[in-house]
Design a protein around this ligand. Structure first.
Ligand code: NAD
Length: 244
């Protein structure tokens, strides 16, 4: 299927990066075993200073891991797919920038849930480098505010209940309509509206491949489902397709 395709849309989730040392949400030992999911709700973040302090503690902990993480064999296989001219684009739910670190062009990667490498002011829209804000946290701030307007600062990621980035969503749906194959990698496919992107690809007639350790609600709509490690499966699969 990969060998015969020219416009592949890849949809990735947290499972793609677990073997780079970044825990996902829902696997055993994942973030939901450690943190309270309700602390990730946007309205709570806005309403309570205490939640913001807790959120920043959790987020700084995970940023320290993501900052050091390196792309794994599956990320690198996607770079090969782009170099071979077969990749329409990657729509990722991940906030870890590992597709960029693997060498994929920024214009081929849509970060549907934003990135943890920047911080935004929710009032004036200022964008700050994450490391600069981390220095302020290390110096004792607990829930930093914008130095320009005093607004609430938040990592540039999308929390539950926070509006999705409209341009990113529109482009993701355009790619879903245009692709001739959709490959889902390491996603439980339960987080919406992101999970509607592969559904849209199937609706447009593209065949669907899912590679995920656990079952997903879309397995019965896929042309090929492989339950297993994404790094073990994807690398050889792409290599075989590119040399066939
Ligand atoms: P999820 O936690 O809901 O699901 C991850 C899926 O990946 C699970 O079904 C699991 O079986 C599978 N998986 C885990 N390791 C795997 C591996 N090595 N090989 C194959 N499959 C593997 O994650 P999701 O679907 O991305 O959705 C949840 C949210 O998680 C997203 O909104 C995303 O923003 C956020 N998130 C991102 C990161 C990151 O950036 N790396 C980390 C944690 C959470």
């Amino acid at each position: 299927m990969i060998a015969g395709s020219k416009r592949i849309l890849v949809f990735t989730g947290a499972g793609l990066s677990t073997e780079s040392g970044i825990p996902d949400f829902r696997s055993p030992g994942g973030l939901w075993d450690k943190y309270d999911p309700s602390d990730f709700y946007f309205d709570k973040f806005l309403a309570s200073g205490e939640t913001r302090e807790r959120y920043w503690r959790m987020s700084s902990e995970s940023y320290a891991v993501m900052r050091k993480a390196l792309p794994n064999k599956a990320h690198l296989a996607l770079h090969h797919l782009e170099k071979a001219g077969k990749l329409l684009g990657i729509v990722t739910q991940n906030i870890d920038r590992l597709h960029h670190k693997a060498g994929n062009s920024p214009e081929r990667v849509i970060e549907l849930h934003g990135t943890t490498f920047f911080v935004s002011c929710l009032s004036c829209g200022a964008s700050l480098d994450r490391d600069v804000v981390e220095e302020r946290l290390s110096a004792g701030e607990t829930a930093p505010r914008c130095t320009t307007c005093g607004g609430i600062l938040k990592p540039a990621t999308i929390s539950f209940g926070q509006p999705m980035p409209q341009e990113a969503m529109s482009l993701a749906f355009e790619w879903a309509a245009e692709c001739d194959l959709c490959i889902v990698l390491g996603s439980s496919l339960v987080v919406y509206p992101a999970a509607s992107v592969p559904i849209e690809a199937v609706r447009g007639g593209a065949p669907l491949i899912i590679i995920n350790r656990d079952e997903t609600p879309m397995d019965d709509r896929a042309n090929l489902v492989i339950h297993g490690s994404v790094t073990e499966i994807l690398g050889p699969m792409v290599e075989a397709a590119l040399t066939s």
